[in-house]
Write a protein that binds this ligand. Structure first.
Ligand code: DC
Length: 229
């Protein structure tokens, strides 16, 4: 196993932004595991396994061995290919965001995606973000961080992010979606969002991106020096 940093936390806690910054500063390879679940959700929508809001679990499970996900790290962010097609933008759209949490709750989906995530991280020095990285995907991670912030602050951040990407959603809609996803993500049978007993909690509500980044980079540096000794 390489050096593994796990970053867990709810939607809007700052995981995405902060993980990318830390990857740039430390040279760790950034793996955003939410992408894998978003690709499954998108393929389910495209193939009719989700239709009119109704999720056909069996159809989704049948899709799993026909899905090929490739994530390319670039200085301008990840480029995501689903069965050879660039879906970087589509996977962030509101249709996908609305159904991704229930899709990611399907046991078979989790088993397949966790296997892929472990493969993506195998023998590399990585920083991996998600919900269950420190508890389930890499329970022996060298550094475990749990990022958090109040619901309102997280909704505000996601709302501004969506606006920047020209995705139309009201603040209320975003807040409602965050509440639903948090609730669903915490109740999952496998891979629920929860705090690992040895994770360090960082509340980002009143901190700047730089403050959070510096704090975590210090933790990583200390741990890496420990390991090198
Ligand atoms: O981080 P995100 O918003 O892109 O994640 C999309 C969904 O995938 C989110 O509702 C929770 C789920 N997810 C998960 O269950 N486990 C992970 N390791 C990452 C994401």
């Amino acid at each position: 196993m390489g050096f593994v940093v796990g970053i867990d936390g709810p939607a809007g806690s700052g995981k995405g932004t902060i993980t990318k910054k830390i990857a740039n500063l430390t040279g760790l390879i950034n793996i955003d595991t939410g992408i894998t679940y978003r690709c499954v959700a998108l393929q389910a929508l495209r193939t009719g396994a989700i239709k009119d809001g109704i999720i056909d679990e069996k159809k989704i499970i049948d899709l799993l061995d026909k899905i090929d996900i490739v994530i390319k790290n670039t200085p301008n962010g990840d480029i995501v290919f689903l069965n050879g097609q660039d879906v970087t933008k589509e996977i962030r759209e509101k249709e996908v965001t609305k159904v991704v949490s229930p899709v990611s709750s399907i046991k078979e989906v989790r088993f397949a995606m966790v296997e892929l995530q472990r493969k993506l991280g195998k023998d590399k020095d990585i920083i991996m973000e998600g919900r269950d990285i420190c508890t389930y995907v890499f329970p022996n991670a060298d550094v475990k961080i749990y990022l958090d912030a109040t619901e309102e602050e997280r909704a505000k951040r996601r709302y501004l992010e969506m606006k920047e990407k020209n995705i139309e959603m009201s603040y209320e809609e975003v807040l409602e979606n965050i509440r639903k996803r948090d609730d669903n993500d915490k109740k999952k049978e496998i891979g629920a969002l929860k705090l690992a007993p040895d994770s360090i909690v960082v509340d980002t509500t009143n901190l700047t991106i730089e403050e959070v980044t510096d704090k975590i980079v210090d933790i990583i540096k200390n741990k890496r020096n420990d390991i090198k000794k």
